[in-house]
Design a protein around this ligand. Structure first.
Ligand SMILES: Cc1ncc(COP(=O)(O)O)c(C=O)c1O
Length: 398
């Protein structure tokens, strides 16, 4: 059957939705490696460490205790309570269990939030460079993404004046992501305060929401500190949906546990939606996440420290290569490398690196830039060293 014939049957809302470019490149790199090529993979969107043993043991115990049935749609009460306690400790504001729901990864929390908030034609402000899924998630909610640029010169900090200009009567939400994928920028406290003032000034009621994606909040490199918008301005709590999860901080991407916290009527609507889509997140994973959140946190610290060492090696190495310049990320595990010095668009450069040097990276297009390539440093220091050496050699090739 031809592509044209098969596409006729598909729903209109999928017309502008393409597969994730980050996953596509990682797949090509894996295929090349399987074919015996010496691929160095800098595409990973997940920590390369195993899930810590105590978390795995909690999952095994859950199976042995037959915790293998449906759970409440919003997650087991112990986990909702544990999340509420964590948020209270971190943000200094109590969350009720009912203001928290467990989802199948942070991605489903974002999906649910946008689905329940947006009407067709509503606008959602997205700061660029942005995580690849924000645009399709907004489009799937029949809303329109409105992009507001952040610049390298300004440390990829949101510009409150530019955000103010982007807000119209149709704006329903703004998505914040700190630490950021792909830049690794952490929004400064003072900037968040200015932003909070702009958002409150734009609309005093609950018709403008903040969706704060804090999935990398525990992977931050001192002296940087990650703040949530509800910490800098607690009055925004009634219109902020916090999104987080265990995927990145606890190296649990495959377990698919995320969560959302926010005003109860919004969370209730999200639970309602989830009840008709996926139902509860996997029961076993919920018990594993409970151990992750309530157990010994030293592994989280250890992984974050190792990411910092790798960041130093990668960013230092890339900045020593003529034609490349790299923003120094303060969080997450990505280096956002400016390749304008090479005078070719990012997709060409990323393809050439993969084909000619077996270095797999993610071109910046999907994140909103043709001048950048994203390197993940969720990989070993040996791979980082070898990658820098190969790139230096590649550049010196006639
Ligand atoms: C900024 C950001 N938000 C959300 C997610 C999704 O997280 P999860 O795997 O928990 O769905 C990712 C994963 O790459 C991400 O980078």
């Amino acid at each position: 059957m031809s592509a044209a014939m098969t596409s006729i049957a598909l729903a209109d809302r999928l017309r502008h939705i393409e597969g994730s470019p980050t996953l596509a490149l990682a797949a090509t790199a894996k295929a090349l490696a399987k074919a015996g090529k010496p691929v160095l993979d800098f595409t990973a969107g997940e920590p390369d460490f195993p899930t810590p043993p105590a978390i795995k043991a909690a999952a095994i115990k859950a199976i042995e205790h037959n915790c293998t049935k449906y759970t409440p749609v919003a997650g087991i009460l112990e986990l909702r309570k544990a999340i509420a306690n964590t948020l209270a400790r971190r943000l200094g504001r109590p969350y009720a269990d009912a203001e928290v729901m467990v989802t199948c990864g942070a991605k489903q929390a974002l999906y649910n939030a946008l689905q329940v908030l947006c009407n067709p034609g509503d606008e959602v402000v997205v700061l660029t460079p942005h995580w690849v899924s924000y645009e399709p998630l907004v489009l799937l909610a029949a809303a329109k993404p409105v992009f507001v640029e952040t610049t390298e010169a300004d440390g990829f900090q949101p510009d409150p004046a530019a955000v103010k200009r982007a807000i119209t009567s149709k704006t329903k939400a703004i998505i914040l992501n700190s630490p950021s994928n792909p830049t690794g920028a952490v929004i400064e406290e003072s900037r968040l305060k200015e932003l909070a003032a702009v958002l409150k000034g734009a609309r005093s009621d609950e018709s403008l929401f903040m969706i704060s994606d804090e999935i990398y909040d525990q992977i931050v490199f001192p002296p940087a500190r990650s703040y949530s918008i509800v910490q800098v301005d607690p009055t925004l709590i009634d219109r902020t949906i916090l999104v987080n999860g265990v995927s990145k901080s606890y190296s649990m991407t495959g377990w698919r546990i995320g969560y959302a916290a926010g005003p109860q009527h919004v969370i209730d609507a999200m639970i309602n939606l989830q009840s008709h889509s996926t139902s509860n997140p996997t029961s076993i994973s919920q018990y594993a996440a409970l151990e992750a959140i309530t157990g010994d946190q030293r592994e989280v610290q250890r992984m974050a420290e190792e990411f910092q060492r790798r960041r130093d090696a990668l960013v230092g190495g890339l900045n020593g290569i003529p034609g490349l310049s790299c923003f120094n990320p303060q969080g997450a595990f990505y280096a956002w490398c400016n390749i304008s010095g090479l005078k070719q668009p990012a997709d060409t450069i990323a393809s050439r690196w993969l084909e000619e040097a077996f270095i797999a990276t993610v071109p910046g297009e999907g994140f909103g830039s043709r001048k950048h390539v994203r390197f993940s440093f969720a990989t070993s220091r040996e791979t980082i060293q070898e990658g820098v050496t190969r790139l230096t050699q590649w550049l010196h090739k006639p």
